[in-house]
Structures are given as structure tokens and as C-alpha cells.
Design a protein around this ligand. Structure first.
Ligand SMILES: *[C@@H]1O[C@H](CO)[C@@H](O)[C@H](O)[C@H]1NC(C)=O
Ligand SMILES: *[C@@H]1O[C@H](CO)[C@@H](O)[C@H](O)[C@H]1NC(C)=O
Length: 388
């Protein structure tokens, strides 16, 4: 790696949002061999992020600066928006079950929105993988990071692109030829990103690492048959999930022939995106948002007795306001969501602190369960019957 990433807070302003600093190591002879040292990768990533600024599914670049205090000489730094959990971590948490259809759909839509914009500007990300897709708690969506290998279509400067396991067949061929010293050949296009996203989504759906499968003869001979097999074995486990639209979408993204592969804009029109999935309770624990939802906190008697209800809600409000400014607090007295407490904070940092502090705490003798809740759904007054 040619860069290191740190978390930072603006000195003198404790209310400023946390940020991420990506520091590029100065160019050494070893790095040059890998197709670009820190300085060059920095310039590329900076140019891409400046040109792509403003899309909600792409990490925001705040500013750039030079760190002169390093012993190894000055290093270039990008000051970036700080994001939360990565798809790679989500995959670890969901182990072999795979991610829920709600998360998979959310991720697919958000990344395809980013790619549509990117590809419209003729940029190719060229390193899409689970570690480069991160959740934003503040904006409640997935965002793309790491544009160090990105290039403009028709102007591919680095021949060695993408990561093992997520590399499109034409990029695989190109890497192979350039390693063998063969000059020229065709350039890669935005279609390589669709391939990588197809693999990421297949991993999310199946819960399997596919690195070895995609290198197998069987996959190369007919990946459609393997995708069918993965979907068939999953539907035995959970036949209630209507997964065939996702299967067809993934096949269109994993076409061997880049000319026939779906574009990002086309993929967004898949009927898969019109299916209303509900989040699992684990999803609402893993993906922070500015809204906290407290379960197992109000008893039926306090819901029925107006005076007791007011008292308990006041206590909860007081406890919750210890972690940050409360924008709104809502307790449905009927289903859906009967007796759940929804607390909207001004920012996700506060709701995260509250979730950590309140989980497992006893309130009126009961153990509180604290999850997050999608702000968009909360604002619409939409209460999911979450799947346990
Ligand atoms: C600058 O580099 C020094 C030494 O490597 C490091 O300790 C410091 O945190 C860096 N500062 C920033 C703002 O990146
Ligand atoms: C690939 O497998 C599918 C079955 O999933 C089959 O319908 C198709 O004909 C196969 N294609 C080739 C080229 O063998």
C-alpha cells in the first residue's frame, strides 16, 4: 500500500465532524515498480475526487495539505469525510449466512448510483471491492472510496488494475499480457466496475468468499451455471426470499463479454430494485444512523396509564439527552412499533454514543435493546416490522 489512513478531529473545535486523513508515503524506488509511487497516486486520487465531488455515494474530499513533520520528508495528505463500517466488515459479521436482502439491495443501488455518475464522467474506479464500499451513518447510504487506481476511459495509465478475486476477465488478460511484457493491446472500460460489483453482491448474497471459485475452470467455462447453483442452494435455506431478480441482475453484470455486460444505468432499472425488503434487526445494529430505537423499555401497563407513560417517557428523554441534542422523540402506542422508543439525534455521532451506552442497560428492571433506525423511514412515519 502506498498510503496510510488515520482518524482526526479539528483542534480547537470539538464540535467539528471527525475526518479521515489519507497520508501518501513519499515515492520510494520500490513503489515506482508497482506503477506509481505515493506522489503519483496522490495526484490521481486528488484529481478524481475533485472532479467527482458532490455525489452522495462518493466519499467527500474536504481539502488537501502537506505534512512536513514526518521524519521521512514531506508527505501529501487528503482530508476526507469519515465513514463507518465497510462491506468487508459486514461480510465478517454476517458470516456464512450472507447479508440480508435489504442490505444487499441498499448497497447495490447506492454503488450503481455512484457508478452511473462516475461512468457518465468517463471515469473508471478500477478497484471496486468490499473494503472500498463504506457506510455513511450521517447520510444513511453506502459510499465509494479509494480512487488511487481510477482512470479516465481512453486514458488508462496503469495496466495493472483491480484486486484478485474482483478482476474482470479483460483486466485479467491485460494484467497477464503486461506482466509478460506485451505492449499495446486493448484498454479496459467502465465495464470492469460492473464485473467487480457483481462479485461483491454475489458474496453479500451467498456469504461466501468467491476468490477461489472465480479462478476455477468451472466458473470460466460457464459462470451462469455456478450462479444458478449458488442461488438454488440458498433458496433451500430460505425459500421465502424472492431472489431470482437479483440472480438475473448479477448474471447481467457478470457477462464474460464486456460488450454484453449491463451498464450501471441499465442495471438500476432491474426489477430487483422495486422489491420492498425490510431490514433485519442485526442490520439495524450494524449500520448506524442518527435515529436510535429502544426496545424492551416500556411495559404494557405504562402504555395504558397516561400519567405513568408521561413519567417514563420523560425519564427516557432525560437519559437520552446525556449523549447529544435530541431532535425528536416518538413512542407509538399501537402496532407497528408499539412501545418502541425512537430518538432522533442531530447527528449520528451522538446516536452511536447513546447506542453503546444504553445497550444492555437496565431501565425499570428490563434490559434495554438499542438499535438504530433508518432516518428516511422514520421521517416518513414508516415503521418496519423488522425480521428477527
Ligand atoms: C504528520 O506526520 C507525523 C509523523 O509521521 C505524524 O505523527 C502526524 O500525525 C502527521 N500529521 C497529520 C496531520 O497527518
Ligand atoms: C451454462 O449453464 C446454463 C445452466 O445454468 C445452461 O442453461 C447454459 O446453456 C450453459 N451455457 C453454456 C455455454 O454451456
Amino acid at each position: 500500500a502506498s498510503a496510510a489512513v488515520f482518524q482526526a478531529r479539528c483542534l480547537g473545535d470539538p464540535c467539528a465532524p471527525l475526518a479521515a486523513i489519507k497520508e501518501f508515503l513519499s515515492t520510494g524506488p520500490g513503489l515506482l515498480a508497482l506503477g506509481g509511487g505515493g506522489d503519483r497516486v496522490f495526484s490521481k486520487e486528488r484529481a478524481a475526487l475533485e472532479e467527482l465531488r458532490g455525489h452522495r455515494n462518493i466519499v467527500t474530499l474536504y481539502s488537501v495539505f502537506t505534512n512536513c513533520t514526518s521524519a521521512k520528508g514531506p508527505s501529501y495528505c487528503l482530508l476526507l469525510e469519515l465513514l463507518d463500517i465497510s462491506v468487508s466488515e459486514l461480510l465478517v459479521h454476517s458470516s456464512q449466512h450472507g447479508c440480508s436482502m435489504w442490505i444487499t439491495q441498499h448497497c447495490a443501488r447506492d454503488v450503481l448510483e455512484a457508478l452511473t455518475y462516475l461512468h457518465h464522467k468517463r471515469y473508471v474506479h478500477a478497484d471496486l471491492k468490499p473494503r472500498n464500499i463504506l457506510w455513511s451513518a450521517e447520510e444513511e447510504c453506502f459510499k465509494l472510496i479509494d480512487f488511487g487506481l481510477s482512470f479516465k476511459e481512453g486514458n488508462q495509465d496503469v495496466k495493472y488494475i483491480q484486486t484478485d478475486g474482483y478482476r474482470a476477465p479483460e483486466a485479467e488478460l491485460q494484467n497477464y499480457l503486461s506482466k509478460a511484457g506485451v505492449q499495446g493491446g486493448t484498454e479496459c472500460t467502465s465495464a470492469v466496475d460492473l464485473w467487480s460489483l457483481g462479485i461483491v453482491l454475489l458474496e453479500m448474497f451467498s456469504g461466501m468468499k468467491l476468490k477461489h471459485i472465480v479462478q476455477s475452470q468451472e466458473w470460466r467455462a460457464n459462470n451462469s451455471a455456478i450462479i444458478d447453483h449458488i442461488f438454488a442452494s440458498k433458496s433451500v435455506v430460505n425459500s421465502a426470499i424472492p431472489a431470482y431478480h437479483l440472480r438475473d441482475l448479477l448474471k447481467s453484470m457478470l457477462h464474460d463479454d464486456q460488450e454484453k455486460r449491463a451498464t450501471a444505468a441499465k442495471a438500476l432499472c432491474s426489477p430487483f430494485f422495486s422489491i420492498p425488503f425490510a431490514p433485519h434487526i442485526e442490520d439495524l445494529v450494524m449500520l448506524p444512523t442518527p435515529v436510535l430505537r429502544l426496545l424492551n423499555i416500556l411495559s404494557d401497563t405504562s402504555l395504558q396509564n397516561e400519567e405513568e407513560f408521561e413519567d417514563v417517557v420523560d425519564d427516557i428523554r432525560e437519559e437520552c439527552s446525556k449523549y447529544g441534542q435530541i431532535v425528536s422523540l416518538f413512542v407509538p402506542k399501537e402496532n407497528p412499533g408499539k412501545g418502541h422508543v425512537f430518538v432522533e439525534y442531530a447527528n449520528a455521532g451522538d446516536s452511536k454514543a447513546a447506542q453503546r451506552a444504553l445497550t444492555g442497560k437496565r431501565f425499570n428492571g428490563k434490559f434495554v435493546v438499542a438499535t438504530f433506525y433508518p432516518l428516511s423511514a422514520y421521517r416518513r412515519g414508516y415503521l418496519y416490522q423488522t425480521v428477527l
